[in-house]
Design a protein around this ligand. Structure first.
Ligand SMILES: Cc1cc2nc3c(=O)[nH]c(=O)nc-3n(C[C@H](O)[C@H](O)[C@H](O)COP(=O)(O)O)c2cc1C
Length: 331
């Protein structure tokens, strides 16, 4: 006790915070709740029961460590009741060399679990009349459905990148007519503007995932990989929309009274921690959860125990925020 008191006195001198550092997004209400006890609070999302509003954004597969990383992520989803999108399953369309890296239904149990393909592959398979390949992928991996990533800037930056012959929204609409499993659409780290969102929300999608600007940025990744000539596209790496901007777009679209068919949102891309996530899902007027890509990847590579510790801390942080913080109304 004496040591602790002494420590408090020493540290107090070092922790004088200037008011400019105050997080003005919230009212802090310390009087109203006991400390949270339960990590899990069940609710329905994507037609499944989740234990916390957290999503593992589509990432890796097919590389040396990918199987282990994916297995850790899937096991963690089952333990905490989260959902997960696989990284691009393009490799699996033609051979099964890396199948085991993606074949995670046994590990993840009944949590939301989605395959992933780029809109360029969808466009190509539609043109070849090979939608059966997409259906087989989803059914053999026993995923709940498919995440389609739409990444025109990344493709443009890649010397080996695909070129879209039709607009992504046209390709997605065409696929929706030919399959009956749920589809989620996302960007890959630059988000999208209000008109793209408006058109997506009018389609019978299961959800839209933002993959917003402010975190991992694949245009930037490609510009770092770039060989001669590609550098000239570098200014595009600074273009995009943050999660906060995109929540405002969604709210504006709802307020316009347009027919919205898609009613679930995964807010991801640059969501740094539980406070950002809590703020964004509380301000979004559609049912939403939040997701991370690189944050999960960082811990998943360190092994299951590290990942579990990180996720436990994140969910506890969220539960404490729910107990004591209220988002300020826009005043
Ligand atoms: C290593 C890595 C691989 C990724 N691969 C894919 C992919 O295959 N398909 C996809 O839709 N998005 C992919 N992404 C993008 C993420 O799903 C996510 O949209 C992006 O990382 C932004 O989230 P963050 O800022 O939390 O990392 C990848 C991201 C990372 C970091």
């Amino acid at each position: 006790m004496t040591d602790r008191k002494q420590e408090h006195i020493d540290l107090a001198f070092k922790t004088q915070l200037d008011a400019v550092f105050k997080d003005n997004r919230f009212y802090y209400e310390p009087m109203l709740r006991a400390h949270p006890v339960e990590l899990k609070k069940e609710f329905l999302f994507l037609g499944k029961t989740m234990g916390a509003p957290l999503w593992i954004s589509s990432m890796t597969g097919g590389t040396e460590k990918a199987g282990l990383i994916n297995r850790n992520l899937a096991k963690m989803c089952k333990e905490f009741g989260l959902g997960m999108g696989l990284g691009s399953c393009r490799k699996l369309l033609d051979n099964k060399d890396h199948w085991d890296d993606f074949d995670l239904r046994d590990e993840i149990g009944d949590q939301p679990f989605y395959a992933n393909l780029g809109v360029a592959q969808i466009e190509e398979l539609l043109a070849l009349k090979r939608v059966d390949k997409i259906k087989r992928l989803v059914s053999e991996l026993r995923t709940d459905g498919l995440v389609i990533h739409v990444n025109p800037l990344q493709e443009w930056f890649q010397p080996e990148g695909d070129r879209f012959k039709k607009s992504p929204v046209y390709t997605i609409s065409e696929l929706l007519e030919k399959v009956n499993f749920p589809i989620i659409v996302k960007e890959v780290g630059q988000g999208m503007g209000i008109e793209s969102l408006r058109q997506l929300l009018q389609l019978p999608l299961e959800a839209v995932e933002f993959a917003a600007f402010g975190g991992t940025n694949f245009a930037k990744v490609e510009s770092l990989r770039a060989r001669e000539g590609i550098q000239s596209y570098e200014p595009f790496t600074k273009v995009g929309h943050t999660g906060e901007e995109m929540v405002a777009f969604v709210n504006r679209i709802i307020s316009e009274g347009k027919d919205i068919v898609c009613k679930q949102i995964i807010i991801s891309g640059g969501v740094k921690n539980f406070l950002d996530g809590y703020y964004l899902i509380e301000t979004c007027n559609l049912l939403s959860i939040y997701g991370h890509g690189v944050n999960f990847l960082k811990y998943a590579t360190k092994g299951y125990d590290e990942l579990k510790k990180y996720v436990e801390g994140q969910i506890l942080g969220l539960r404490i925020a729910e107990a004591y913080l209220k988002v300020r109304n826009s005043e």
